[in-house]
Design a protein around this ligand. Structure first.
Ligand code: ADE
Length: 257
């Protein structure tokens, strides 16, 4: 079965924001930096794996450009995108982890020329992750939550951030073109895509680029907020702590076992 983790090539590792990549960056060894398109690509070793690590910046264009460089210039065999997301599923709470088994561009609508959500002339609406990657990432995330999280953040901090009994979910992640900060906006997304677990701003773009180039895309997100009226506060509180600690901790479990 195919897996990004079984590639003999380096693995691309990307996140959108500095807070999401900080702890991963600190763990990178044997570093060599090259600049392309206003981004720094850091080749090196991460938890025993050869990787190319890059901060993509926010949004689908930034993510697609970065993913294309990773695949075409740096020769990665697949891409792991990590960071935070807003929970829109009934059961996705702050501090949970969502692994995308599929991604969709929520805002893409070229109807009536093409079905809503379909990437025109590609014939794909939902980009599916490789099942083996999803299983292995879910296992890594479960181990991180059960064995590492409390030690990393402390029970008091977790309680203050509203993280209680965090869980791992696999399913649909919707990639949106704006930060969702209203309860009625989140409800509208749920109505349009009832099986969506989370919203973020890059995943489906990375998945489309990987689909077009034949590489795997593995999207791993920690829930920072509920994409509701309190999302800005929750996101601002969670980002510095949850984003970095979760991303590095899950990748450590994923790469090093
Ligand atoms: N990433 C994290 N939270 C988000 C939200 N509420 N909307 C869009 N992207 C997000």
């Amino acid at each position: 079965m195919r897996s990004v983790l079984d590639t003999t090539q380096p693995i691309g590792v990307m996140a959108a924001m500095p807070e999401e990549i900080a702890a991963i960056d600190r763990a990178l060894t044997d570093r060599c930096v090259e600049t392309r398109g206003l981004r720094e690509y850091h080749t090196g070793r991460l938890f025993g794996r050869e990787v190319v690590l890059v901060m993509a910046r926010v949004g689908k264009v930034a993510a697609a450009s970065t993913a294309t460089h990773l695949l075409c210039e740096f020769g990665v065999g697949g891409i792991v995108m990590t960071g935070v997301a807003g929970g829109v599923g009934d059961a996705t709470h702050v501090g949970d982890v969502v692994i995308a088994s599929e991604t969709v561009q929520h805002d893409l609508d070229a109807s009536p020329l093409f079905p809503r959500f379909e990437a025109p002339l590609l014939g794909v609406s939902r980009f599916e992750a490789w099942p083996d990657d999803v299983d292995r990432a879910a296992q890594a995330a479960r181990r991180f939550l059960a064995e590492d999280l409390t030690g990393a953040l402390g029970a008091e901090r977790l309680a203050a951030l509203g993280v209680a009994g965090p869980r791992v979910h696999t399913g649909l992640v919707a990639t949106v073109d704006r930060f969702i900060t209203a309860t009625d906006e989140a409800a509208a997304i749920r109505e349009l895509l009832p099986d969506a677990l989370a919203v973020e701003m890059e995943g489906a773009a990375v998945a489309q680029v990987c689909h077009e180039h034949g590489g795997g895309a593995l999207i791993i997100r920690a829930i920072s907020d509920r994409a509701d009226d309190h999302a800005t506060d929750a996101f601002t509180r969670s980002l510095p702590e949850i984003a970095s600690v979760y991303s590095a901790g899950i990748l450590r479990r994923l790469f090093a076992g």
